[in-house]
Design a protein around this ligand. Sequence first.
Ligand code: SAH
Ligand code: SF4
Length: 349
Amino acid sequence: MTNLVGTTTERIAALVAPHVDRPFRARQVAHWIVRRHAVSFDDMTDLSLALRRQLGDLFEIRDPEVVASTASGDGSTKYLFRLADGVTVEGVSMPDGSKVTLCLSSQAGCAVGCTFCVTGALGAGRNLTADEIVGQYRIMMRSAHAEAERINIVFMGMGEPLLNTTHLGDALDVLFETVSPKRITVSTAGILPGVRWLAERPRRPKLAISLNAPDQDRRREVMPISARYPLDELMNAVRAFPLERGRRITFEYVLIRGFNDAVDDAVSVARLLRGIPSKVNVIPLNEDPVHFPHLRRPDERTVDGFARALRDAGVTVTVRWSKGLDVAAACGQLRGRHQARSTAGDRVT
Ligand code: SAH
Ligand code: SF4
């Protein structure tokens, strides 16, 4: 049965049109699904019971299953989602006053293998489809944030979104209907063909680059993908990336003790970003004694010193002390625990 989740209004209307008496009914159905996050045709109280039953026989409105949701003391909630084939992925919602940031997964694992990342330690996992990506958003919106005034979406959960461009593109088309492109950020380890793909889209979300080191040698040490897509080529692609007015590129920089946290490193980063409308998001490492016991988070003074050196060099900086640490829910630290990994589907290479 065709799942209508992860499908644009236009496409839903086209699918439903042959089964309704007037065209506006098809758009009503689409409105319920795309804008009101309906889970069932029974929700659609402005349609006749007969039509609701008929549509229910023809189409499904299926989201991932929520296996667990864990609230953290700081207000963030981590969700463990099970997909139709049993694979699990995670998402996090992080409210902040009337705003909320939703962190979505794009793959059930990650083939990129950064040495400081738990998702990377899991290894490759299949690409999520558009309905599986949009479904995470729908669930989080329904459960807590229907009233939020401002929604931000970040693709900083499990996986590398730019290794899943086909389904990401479809999911973005649906998300753009309810969330402005300037409130959606795609974060990448620097997959060059993916960055170029994004640059050519007619409507673009914001771009975040996981930099994580001040030079190619050190970047390659922690981000093996840098051998394939070297830093200088990445920076060229970033310089060529079209930016809408007022937008900047975000550079994420995971701070690892004694590895990339020196004041000199901050100076190198500032030099690297010169001329690029940008900001740096400094993320003190979330430690994981099981997967990378040798990597440590710097102390607070070092983090402050690094951020100050960047600021002194004219760079806009935010320090993200990850939310939800008490449930290991921090975005970018997701692991899909208890996961029944599937070998089926379109795995990345
Ligand atoms: N694959 C994409 C998006 C998911 S990772 C990417 O790499 O950009 C999202 C962010 O979490 C990245 O910036 C990554 O550097 C960061 N991250 C991964 N593991 C982390 C850890 N142990 N501590 C802090 N941040 C981490
Ligand atoms: Fe994959 Fe991003 Fe983790 Fe690297 S940091 S392994 S690209 S999820």
